[in-house]
Design a protein around this ligand. Structure first.
Ligand code: TXA
Ligand code: MG
Length: 303
């Protein structure tokens, strides 16, 4: 009898699309060998075609076929953080189709740490895997979420349990041979990279106003309106305005450190969406250091 991984491998090899677990969020996978399957991913997600996809690999050697040049600092980061929640943005080679990169000359690549994802990629070869949700919505952190969001429009979903990180990978723009920038905040943060880079790594929006595709202001949205509050008075005003029909995520019911908070964030927002409340109100942390990734998601979800 075929197990779930066997089945996923077979479907991907024959040009299908499959929901797969990663340590960050569930991805919607298609093989790099099947451009028609990659196109189908854009349709199923309702994603604009200029919004590039992340290539996922299981063998570090594949990096050399997909990207060039590879700056020395990238080798160092890769050795330390792969497999894991770090995506590297590099100049692409001609091996990477412009369907994947939205017509850009760069490619985003990561090696996920989930054992089932690694096994699937080892057997299929490199895949693309955007988060397995409809465009602009919350990423799924369980197989059930993927089925709820995408239903029959995907060929299969592999159940690998709940994602251990809970939010999307950190994207590091490594297209400059001298200088890396954080393009999307994640659980791995600037201070994790500084010792390897030898300088203070900053977020790309602190350096320029260029808006990378995917760095839209509104993203990661629950179905209900999401409002942020920083003190009790603001929450009381929301309760009054929405006739007490408010689902509250505060530090009374959410974790106090950013890693545990990230693990809960999308999961709890989905529960909030299922509640009877008219809106979701989320308390902002008072100390912002270390909370960059969570704040990024909350700000975009509330726009
Ligand atoms: O944790 C993750 O990275 C998850 C799991 C499934 O691996 N994947 C994920 O993929 O978050 P997605 O497609 O939902 O988000 C990919 C982000 C987008 O914001 C996209 O714009 C950016 O990566 N990206 C991909 N390729 C890029 C490129 N060539 N240039 C700039 N941004 C790129
Ligand atoms: Mg996404």
């Amino acid at each position: 009898m075929l197990n779930e991984v066997d089945r996923a491998v077979k479907i991907l090899q024959s040009g299908g699309i499959v929901g797969i677990p990663t340590e960050t969020v569930y991805g919607l996978a298609a093989s790099l060998a099947h451009p028609e399957a990659i196109c189908r991913i854009f349709q199923v997600k309702g994603r604009p075609t200029d919004h590039p996809l992340i290539v996922h690999i299981a063998d570090k050697q594949d990096l050399n076929r997909l990207a060039c040049p590879i700056p020395p600092y990238v080798m160092c980061l890769m050795e330390h953080f792969w497999p894991g929640p770090l995506t590297l943005l590099l100049k692409k080679t001609e091996m990477v189709s412009s369907i994947i990169t939205g017509g850009q000359d760069t490619v985003a690549i990561r090696m996920p740490a989930h054992p089932l994802a690694l096994e699937i990629i080892q057997r299929v070869g490199p895949i693309v895997a955007p988060s397995a949700n409809r465009f602009g919505k919350i990423s799924p952190t369980t197989a059930e979420h993927v089925r709820q969001d995408l239903g029959d429009s995907v060929d299969f979903v592999v159940d690998g349990g709940r994602c251990s990180v809970g939010i999307e990978s950190t994207i590091l723009d490594a297209t400059d041979p001298e200088y890396a920038l954080i393009a999307r905040a994640g659980i791995l943060k600037a201070s994790d990279f500084n010792t390897f880079l030898g300088y203070e790594c900053v977020h790309s929006n602190q350096k320029s106003n260029m808006v990378a595709p995917g760095n839209l202001n509104s993203h990661y949205c629950p179905n209900k309106p999401l409002k942020l509050f920083s003190d009790l008075k603001m929450l009381e005003q929301l309760q009054k305005k929405y006739a007490n029909s408010v689902h509250v995520l505060s530090f009374d019911n959410m974790p106090h450190n950013p890693t545990d908070y990230a693990y809960q964030l999308y999961f709890q927002l989905r529960l909030a969406d299922l509640s009877d409340a008219a809106i979701i109100a989320v308390e902002l942390p008072s100390d912002l250091t270390g909370w960059e990734a969570v704040l990024d998601r909350l700000k975009k979800a509330s726009t």
